[in-house]
Design a protein around this ligand. Structure first.
Ligand code: TRP
Length: 334
């Protein structure tokens, strides 16, 4: 029988989602929900691996991320949204998988390596943080996920998941766990408004899906362009110019964008004019999302119920997976 495609992804609830999340994975998820069975997980357990001292922050952002999901158009009829900590089978699988990986393999995971540096964890590394890729393998396999739409920084996680899946299937002489494929977006690394390589909440260079018109305007007006483009009549550089990067992605009139690039490069097009266009473009994109979000914010119980319903559905599937796993691991005592 051909393997059924099951989509599983997630986000850490450490803040509201931004347009980098949108181009990096939300856009793919919106398309995938019409084709496949899709699970989207709010990764509160993973968020705690580096926020264990800030439970309020994680708790608050579970709702914020849920709001973002529904506001961009994830449809609970098509996408099962669930809360990671409410699926104990994920913790159970993590425990079993930990026997199948070595500490040195985890220490070589490039994404974890970078994150350890960013967080200053070199001196005292929480064991839970080092092993979160194992927990991520459990996230994916607990629903037998086969397709994972994420940004390219997550590739090492999928690779590590598949190593665990192969070890598991080999050791327990089974094929109950499927391997997963990453689906990487064309632009999976959106630069920040300051021109740095990646948009990130912690860098203060993000445009959030929930930003007000004023915030959008302020952020675009202070955006990084071409530092050598001082006078309107000077020729300007398009490459690395964040305003053009965003216009490429969000402006529906790409013919006009091409014409503007030409004019900018030959001189005679000022940054302010260009930024005014981008403000309109971003506003046209964000405004319907913001409106839906504000409607949903009035009824947080509805949003929580969507998450709890999705969690209930996921629990059912997770228990089926555990039945298979316990059987091949000879843990099926009853
Ligand atoms: N690590 C992902 C991130 O930081 C979030 C995540 C947790 C995830 N579990 C997942 C993504 C499983 C895909 C599949 O963005």
């Amino acid at each position: 029988m051909a393997q059924e495609t099951v989509v599983l992804t997630g986000d850490r609830p450490t803040g509201p989602l931004h347009i980098g999340h949108y181009v990096g994975s939300l856009a793919n998820r919106l398309a995938l929900q019409n084709k496949y069975k899709q699970y989207v997980m709010i990764a509160d357990v993973q968020a705690l691996t580096d926020n264990f001292e800030h439970p309020d922050k994680v708790r608050k952002n579970v709702l914020q991320v849920g709001l973002d999901y529904l506001a961009v158009g994830l449809d609970p009829e098509k996408t099962t949204i669930f809360i990671q900590s409410m699926i104990p089978q994920i913790a159970e699988l993590t425990m079993f998988y930990l026997n199948l990986v070595t500490v040195s393999r985890l220490e070589r995971n490039p994404t974890v390596k970078t994150e350890i540096k960013q967080r200053g964890f070199e001196k005292s590394l929480p064991a839970g943080f080092l092993m979160y890729p194992v927990s991520q393998a459990a996230d994916i396999t607990v629903v037998k996920g086969t397709l994972v739409p994420v940004g390219e920084d997550q590739l090492p996680m999928i690779e590590q998941t598949n190593e665990i899946v192969r070890s598991f299937n080999r050791i327990y002489k089974t094929n109950v766990l499927p391997e997963a494929k990453a689906l990487i977006a064309k632009t999976s690394r959106l630069p920040g408004t300051d021109g740095s390589a990646k948009m990130s909440k912690s860098e203060g260079n993000a445009i959030f899906l929930s930003d007000s018109p004023d915030e959008v305007k302020k952020k675009v007006m202070s955006m990084y362009t071409d530092p050598n483009h001082l006078r309107v009549e000077d020729p300007g550089c398009v490459e690395g110019n964040v305003v053009f990067t965003y216009l490429d992605l969000f402006d529906p009139d790409q013919k006009e964008v091409a014409a503007l690039k030409e004019q900018y490069q030959s001189g005679g097009l000022g940054d302010v004019l260009l930024k005014k266009r981008l403000i309109d473009v971003m506003e046209a994109f964000i405004s319907p999302i913001r409106t839906r979000r504000q409607e949903l914010e009035k009824d947080p119980n509805y949003v929580m119920n969507v998450l709890l319903d999705g969690t209930k559905k996921t629990l059912h599937v997770a228990e089926q997976t555990m039945y298979d796993v316990r059987r091949v691991m000879k843990l099926d005592y009853t």
